[in-house]
Design a protein around this ligand. Structure first.
Ligand SMILES: Nc1ncnc2c1ncn2[C@@H]1O[C@H](COP(=O)(O)OP(=O)(O)OP(=O)(O)O)[C@@H](O)[C@H]1O
Ligand SMILES: Cc1ncc(COP(=O)(O)O)c(N)n1
Length: 270
């Protein structure tokens, strides 16, 4: 059984964060584990409150897992404070897992700041270089690089800047474009484009979390990065197509056991 670990915040309505990640791992046939960095009180309408977990307990959760279980892939989501970012980066340096997918979560779809702005530079310095792939959305890429993104060319410039800042591979997601979404992957040499048709729904709570944990699931199975992203894009498409109109706000993506059968992703390849 392959395993994946999410290091992220809890979302009480389970559309994003730890809960979305664990559902995604399960749907891929991966044994999912979690290190909780914050507890958020949120629903489809917004985030009402956040309580961070102490960096000491974050470290202890990471130790508890790595000293006992082989971890094939790590996905990192919401880390809101400097001491938590430092604790996670130092523990990941200690255990050096093979695959790390960093989703640099900053602001929720409902507009709540999930990263303390003071912690941005530490996130960049400590976690960008440690990660196998970093998956910012357009706004996050803008905040990280300072490059305003209005076009595909701007996305490419931003990709290059992210590599100069220490990323090994970056995937800038185009969900927030006004056109059909296009995600761009850059490894320092080639650009790869993942194009899709926009699904017209307001229910996209947790799309970024779902995509990054689907990438982590595929890496855990042994797929190379490009194939992992291709599979993850198929997964997020089905999850958005079947997203749920529960609650009054931005509803969640939906996860099915059958999705991975449909995408033929049950096998482990190495
Ligand atoms: N309406 C849509 N139709 C099709 N694909 C979409 C749509 N919205 C987002 N995506 C895809 O979903 C993935 C996540 O992209 P997005 O830009 O929404 O991430 P995000 O803003 O980080 O998400 P989150 O707000 O959950 O953190 C990308 O692959 C993107 O192309
Ligand atoms: C705990 C947690 N992590 C991540 C997100 C981002 O997801 P979204 O942008 O869809 O609100 C969130 N809302 N909550």
């Amino acid at each position: 059984m392959r395993t994946a670990l999410t290091i992220a915040g809890s979302d009480s309505c389970a559309g994003a964060g730890i809960q979305a990640d664990l559902k995604t791992f399960y749907a891929h046939g991966i044994y999912g584990m979690s290190v909780i960095t914050a507890v958020t009180a949120q629903n489809t309408k917004g985030v009402m409150a956040v309580e961070n977990i102490s960096s000491h307990i974050v470290e202890k959760q990471i130790d508890a897992i790595f000293c006992d279980i082989k971890v094939d892939s790590v996905k990192i989501g919401m880390l809101s404070e400097i001491d938590i970012i430092k604790a996670v980066s130092s523990k990941l340096r200690q255990y050096s897992p093979k695959n790390i997918v960093l989703d640099p979560v900053m602001i929720s779809k409902s507009g709540y700041n999930l990263l303390n702005p003071d912690a941005k530079d530490v996130l960049i310095k400590e976690l960008l270089p440690l990660s196998t792939v970093v998956t910012p959305n357009i706004l996050e890429a803008q905040v990280i690089t300072g490059i305003n993104i209005k076009s595909i060319d701007d996305m490419k410039k931003s990709c290059k800047a992210m590599l100069e800042m220490g990323c090994k591979i970056v995937l800038i997601k185009g969900g927030h474009l006004s056109t059909d979404p296009i995600d761009i992957l850059f490894d320092g040499e080639d650009f790869k484009y993942f194009e899709g048709k926009r699904i017209h729904t307001k229910n996209t709570h947790g799309t970024g979390c779902t995509l990054s944990s689907a990438i982590a699931s595929n890496l855990a199975k042994g797929y190379a990065i490009e194939k992992s992203i291709k599979n993850a894009k198929e997964y997020i498409n089905v999850a958005i197509q079947n997203s749920l109109s529960i609650g009054e706000g931005i509803g969640p993506t939906n996860h099915f056991y059958s999705i991975y059968e449909k995408c033929n992703m049950i096998e482990e390849i190495d």
